[in-house]
Design a protein around this ligand. Structure first.
Ligand SMILES: *Cc1c(COP(=O)(O)O)cnc(C)c1O
Length: 508
């Protein structure tokens, strides 16, 4: 062996690259120290966020928040990571909403699990893109295995397939897109992908309940059908789609000369956390040859539990399903999926680009997830978060978290229901309670009192609740999403609500 030659060669990690200091900020083979330092400092801020937070929100007003951000001169970069993270702390972390505290009980934001946060470190740094195998390797197969796993939880056969998406709204869009294009191909021999909308597309009708997510309306518009294509079906006393009214609505549209193409059922409504009667709706869809999409963005958490899984019975009959892991699987944003019962339907989405996924490639040998993605080409490896979560915690533990949340919500519902100061609209399959404060002589004033309460709570930062309108009336809304939240926490929040109601009555 020629040792002189070896000794002459400088080891790779000792190479002094020209302008080393200038290029230190790029994530590259000599940047380990820089990377580690930056991540350590960022992580310290997260630790402080966890340790110091006694309130879910600082209460800062939008004007003050805006002034802070506007005060920054983007032309002048900061000298080091310390000052960078100090500034971010002031502009963001200190005032960020803390979803992990029991006093945060507002929107559908879950506390996240730690294995998923460890995954985020890898996802952002390694930065794989999930579109093709040559950009993701293991990422492609991890995503596919999780799609298969989710399909199995739904009760689909191995004929199912799907893809991770950016969120429930996007997954719902994919559901309606397939419903629309499949209908036209199958019943009208019309290829919307090639030829655009058929002449009678304005007659297409999609049936959703009064409490379905607004993304259905937006999606109908995006798909060129307009919001006019959405038919609202009435609900029962728990705000679930009423199958009888659905059947009547379909008949009525046909009578009018319109063309029913799809039903979107909601498993876990955003406002009430209740599951539409999936089995009955599926029979109606089948009888009428309609595509059934189940929006389980919220209700997907029920897939995890043994005890409450029965609430989703019938979901396996849907043609497609929306799953939001970032809603009910304790995953950081974004983490969602779109799943179809029959993988052939995903062919509708396929589009070949010579540089990425050429037509002649054998996709059994060299897979490309891009073939199943509508909007995103470059796509994050979000699947790794769910992977780490399942591998470390297991489905059962996540399911027990879900059980605990459902049971706390039920106890809270009973508590609110028996308190004469409050009116609860209905119980929840999951964890959303819609109610209002009703103590006082003047019923006409209930909206004002409850609006006052919500705003006072928000700007005190002590407790964060949401609100919604039902039949034109203003209601407060609890979304219970934290297995650590107890009935005592809820009672404490209700007491604070009462104090604020008393303040209102004293002042008015
Ligand atoms: C939140 C939600 C959506 C939208 O999901 P995003 O991930 O926010 O896009 C859709 N449907 C229901 C029922 C939801 O609760």
């Amino acid at each position: 062996m020629d040792t002189t030659l070896m000794n002459d060669k400088t080891p790779k990690d000792k190479v002094l690259i020209p302008n080393q200091d200038f290029y230190k900020d790029i994530f590259h083979q000599h940047a380990n120290e820089e990377y580690t330092q930056a991540i350590q400092l960022a992580q310290d801020r997260v630790s402080n966020f966890l340790k110091n937070n006694s309130k879910p929100f600082s209460g800062i007003r939008p004007d003050d928040m805006k002034a802070k951000v506007e005060g920054v001169d983007l032309k002048i970069p900061l000298p080091d990571y310390e000052s960078l993270l100090n500034e971010v702390d002031e502009l963001y972390v200190k005032h960020a909403t803390a979803y992990h505290l029991p006093e945060y009980i507002a929107h559908l934001n879950c506390p996240v699990v730690i294995p998923a946060l460890a995954a985020e470190v890898l996802i952002s740094a390694i930065n794989s893109s999930q579109d093709t195998y040559d950009q993701s390797a293991g990422g492609t197969f991890i995503e596919r295995k999780l799609i298969d796993w989710t399909s199995e939880q739904i009760g689909y056969t191995d004929n199912a397939d799907g893809i991770f998406t950016a969120g429930g709204s996007q997954s719902n869009l994919m559901g309606l897109l397939l419903a629309r294009d499949y209908f036209s191909l199958e019943y009208q021999k019309w290829n919307i992908k090639l030829d655009g909308l058929p002449p009678d597309a304005s007659k297409f009708r999609i049936f959703v309940s009064d409490k379905a997510h607004f993304s259905n309306h937006k999606n109908a518009w995006i798909l060129g059908l307009g919001e006019q294509s959405i038919v609202h079906v009435g609900v029962d006393s728990r705000y679930r789609m009423d199958p009888e009214q659905l059947e009547k609505a379909i008949a009525k549209e046909i009578e009018k000369g319109n063309i029913p193409i799809a039903i979107t059922a909601t498993a876990g409504t955003t406002d009430f956390g209740n599951v539409d009667p999936l089995h009955k709706i599926a029979s109606i869809a089948k009888r009428n040859n309609l595509w059934l999409h189940v929006d389980a963005a919220y209700g997907c958490g029920l897939l995890l539990t043994e005890k409450y899984r029965h609430l989703l019975t019938g979901i396996e009959l849907a043609d497609s399903v929306t799953i939001d892991y970032h809603k009910s699987f304790f995953q950081p944003i974004s983490s969602s999926a779109f799943i179809v019962k029959n993988k052939l339907h995903l062919n509708i989405i396929k589009h070949h680009a010579d540089y990425l996924n050429p037509k002649e490639q054998n996709y059994e040998e060299l897979p490309a997830q891009i073939n199943k993605s509508i909007i995103q080409s470059t796509r994050r490896f979000d699947a790794l978060k769910l992977w780490c979560t399942l591998r470390y915690m297991g489905k059962e533990k996540l399911g027990q978290y879900t059980d605990t949340i459902i049971e706390t919500a039920e106890k809270a519902a009973n508590h609110i229901d028996t308190d004469q100061d409050f009116e609860l609209l209905c119980h929840s399959d999951m964890g959303v309670l819609v109610f209002r404060y009703i103590n006082g002589p003047d019923q006409a004033n209930y909206c004002n009192i409850n609006q006052y309460i919500k705003e006072k709570l928000f700007f005190s930062g002590e407790v964060l609740v949401a609100s919604t309108k039902v039949d034109g009336q203003f209601y407060l809304k609890f979304t219970i999403f934290n297995p650590l939240t107890t009935l005592d926490d809820i009672k404490h929040i209700l007491n604070i609500i009462k104090q604020n109601a008393n303040d209102y009555q004293r002042l008015n």
